[in-house]
Design a protein around this ligand. Sequence first.
Ligand code: ARG
Length: 572
Amino acid sequence: MNVLNQLRAAFGAVTPEGGDPQGFAAAVRPANDSKFGDYQANGCMGLAKAAKKNPRDLATVVAEAVDLEPLAGKPEIAGPGFLNVRLHDEWIANQLEDLLRDGKHGLESPKQAKTVVVDFSSPNVAKPMHVGHIRSTVIGDSLARIFEALGHKVVRDNHLGDWGSQFGMILWGWKNHRDEAAYDVDPVAELARLYRLAQSKIKGGDKEVEEAARAETAKLHAGDPENRELWKRFMPFCLAALQKIYDRLGVRFDVELGESFYDPMLADVVTDLEKKGIAEESEGATVAFVQGMKAPFIIRKRDGAFNYGTTDLATIQYRAQTWDPDQMLYVVDTRQGDHFKQLFDVARRWGYTKADMEHVAFGTILGADRRPFKTRDGDVVGLESLLDEAVAEARKVVDANSGDLEPEDRARIAEIVGLGAIKYADLSQNRLSDYVFDWSKMLAMNGNTATYLQYAYARIQNIFRKGELRPESIRERAPAILLSHPAERALGVRMLRLPEVLELAASELKPNILTDYLFDLANAYSTFYEECPVLKAESAERRDSRLALCDLTAQMLKFGLALLGIDVVDRM
Ligand code: ARG
């Protein structure tokens, strides 16, 4: 059950005259400080100001009228006109008992399940994945998991850049500089070498190579048999290299429809947009003008080539026809903001108005020098080596903390802790900001890190080991939950918040709302653990209730971390 929504509905229903029920309901929030109860309704002040009334008088009327049972009794009026809501202890306990019984973390099926297409990761193939790809991959994966957990239908689409100019560069490299022996040993490494060779020449101002690579791309698009053959030959190796990383990260897709898939549809897209008067000729190119934007949206270049934008329009058409989604999310670097603004505008005018299209933008990963993260030699950091380094760093932490574990266990734990650290460091940022990449911070045992949460989880498993109990046996025993200590109550209230947190994370498209919640939960657990003896509790009833709280916390941490694509370990 979404407690916040319940309270909002109750307050919205008694909105004072002249107020807007939605706004009044939205002013109900979780309390910042438990001194003020569990939730607060803050809408009276604004309303009173607008109506030139006394806010405390308004609050008194609302407090009298609102019915929060069975969740809570009458709200308490505080300060200039706040309404503080304190959930009934007995109701909290009952809810926790239900959680323990049904294992659904309080989530219910949505009133209306949405279909959501998540376009994420979407790297340009034919060059190795680098650090820049981690953000789209982990943020998109987490959002997909969150929407699924809320009961929506998700289509995870990896919109691979498999048709762009980088292929022309590789084709040029292959025809002029290939090393077949090297290709036979490691095709992807050889293709990457050829790509870098072409790229460095072009960057160095070599117009001839630039022109030649462009001609190769054009020939590929025009159906030149040799280039198509080479493309078909290279692709499986490129895809396998990506797949290796996705497997390691535990990221999966429902479809991987790359740019090449849409190629046959592009000409019709342009014709249709011209026919409908949305696109027109301008300086030899075909473009759509978008209000408020200086540059037009180009859909056919002067040389006749279709481009990134044309492909994205075809993609929207295809997605609409195939899945009829309610929402399409594009988890892409913030620097592509203008592209998406133009794309969405043109697509809407074209008639694709049903789906809510959103650019889920994110900032850059910075190095300690606050500039885009590079290796010591100034190269972009390859994703695979970054993951290896994370695991090596995690291994140090594991070695320092768990003397009694076998080497294989340590290796397995280090993999989980290392990948978790990288993912969490990324997901716990407000995605729009840049963030500084820092191993020691992301693997800290204390603080807002995956390591801290994984450690909290492992400590709970340890309690069960020490007590020679399995968590399942507590679930089966289904003890009464007793909230006799404030720390037990504080932990319990938090455990009921997951549904509202996930809904907020989904509506704002921000996984950091979930990480903040998990951190807060782990802190509440830590206070509980310090203040309330579990195995040595004063009575058997209290001990079982506390074991149940421990197990619920562990389940919540495990579930929440899973929604971030992060695993837990039983010991560390
Ligand atoms: N391949 C693009 C890049 O690496 C990202 C594609 C994002 N998705 C999209 N539908 N445009 O920049």
